[in-house]
Design a protein around this ligand. Structure first.
Ligand code: NDP
Length: 292
């Protein structure tokens, strides 16, 4: 028997339907949530992600403005763009698409976004609130999407041993905080590139969240039978048998599906949830600004 599928597409639709009524309430008060997306350069994957975000806005009736800046835009010009969006009272949410061109200080740009417009949830104020256990603000979209998926499947995480692979500021670290937060109550281990015996940590885990960006790193023999598996990774692997020349895969090998109790697919798992949570943060930002 294969694992139950944690289907991000189905779950994202539920998030969107719950947002519809909140967007209607805002409309009745004369307001339409407005997301501004800044994209610097022409990284093809980033353009695909931004297009998906725009389509989600269109579906929900959220206004979106896209600001395309050339790859040779200076750091100063990006900061100026953020400044003017901060000052624009029409804009509720600001997102600067990652990755920025090599050498550009992403943290300094994140710092410049007003915390109340930081719909990515990466500003130190928003991450700091998360560390304090205040979960009612703007949370990082990918980890928040994972929590939503687990909750939607009615999985009780209390006391479970969770292993998060990866300690990035956008996925791994906030993921660990959310899993360990009061209400979720998992016991969390974070592993990274300097961890020894990663396989043993995984083998002992009731829940694994893989966010390393290493194709199919988590093998079947690393997984305890019945474990819950969340695969955040999205990797492009060369494959000449496919017209486009590559296939997408996660950080977990597909065969794990026959051992796990629950598992997210790639694609169609965490990806759609990340976008749904961005929409949710944009609506939340609009609500907070209109009803402080
Ligand atoms: P980063 O590159 O920022 O972080 C990767 C983390 O994995 C680091 O902490 C790194 O450790 C760790 N790591 C790398 N290699 C190994 C290894 N061999 N063993 C153990 N740990 C390792 O990536 P992100 O967090 O931004 O993204 C992770 C993955 O998730 C990527 O595939 C990305 O595409 C995907 N992603 C998917 C999203 C979605 O919506 N589905 C959204 C965001 C990301 P160290 O800190 O020591 O370097």
């Amino acid at each position: 028997m294969g694992a139950n599928r944690l289907d991000g597409k189905v779950c994202a639709k539920k998030v969107e339907s719950a947002l519809n009524s909140r967007i209607r309430t805002l409309a009745e008060a004369g307001s339409q949530p407005h997301l501004a997306v800044v994209i610097v350069g022409d990284d093809p994957a980033s353009h695909v992600y931004v297009r998906s975000k725009e389509r989600a806005c269109e579906r929900l009736g959220i206004r979106s403005t896209r600001i395309d800046l050339p790859a040779d835009t200076s750091f100063h010009e990006v900061l100026e763009t953020v400044n003017s969006l901060n000052q624009d009272s029409d804009v509720d949410g600001i997102l600067v698409q990652s990755p920025l061109p090599r050498g550009m200080d992403e943290l300094a740009i994140t710092d410049r976004i007003l915390p109340e417009k930081d719909v990515d949830g990466f500003h130190p104020v928003n991450l700091g609130r998360l560390v304090q256990g205040r979960l009612d603000g703007l949370l990082p979209c990918t980890p928040a999407g994972v929590m939503y998926l687990l909750k939607d499947a009615e999985l009780d995480l209390t006391g479970l041993k969770a292993v998060v692979l990866g300690r990035s500021r956008i996925v791994g670290m906030p993921m660990a905080l959310l899993l360990a937060a009061r209400g979720a109550d998992a016991t969390v281990t974070v592993v990274h590139s300097r961890t020894t015996n990663i396989k043993d940590h995984c083998r002992d885990a009731d829940l694994i969240v893989a966010a390393v960006g290493r194709p199919e790193m988590v093998r079947s023999e690393w997984v305890k039978p019945g474990a819950i598996i969340v695969d955040v990774g999205i990797n492009r692997v060369d494959d000449s048998s496919i017209d486009r020349g590559y296939r997408l895969c996660g950080d977990v090998e597909e065969e794990v599906e026959s051992i796990a109790s629950y598992m997210t697919p790639v694609p169609g798992g965490v990806g759609p949830m990340t976008i749904a949570m961005l929409m949710s943060n944009t609506v939340r930002a609009a609500e907070m600004r209109k009803t402080p």
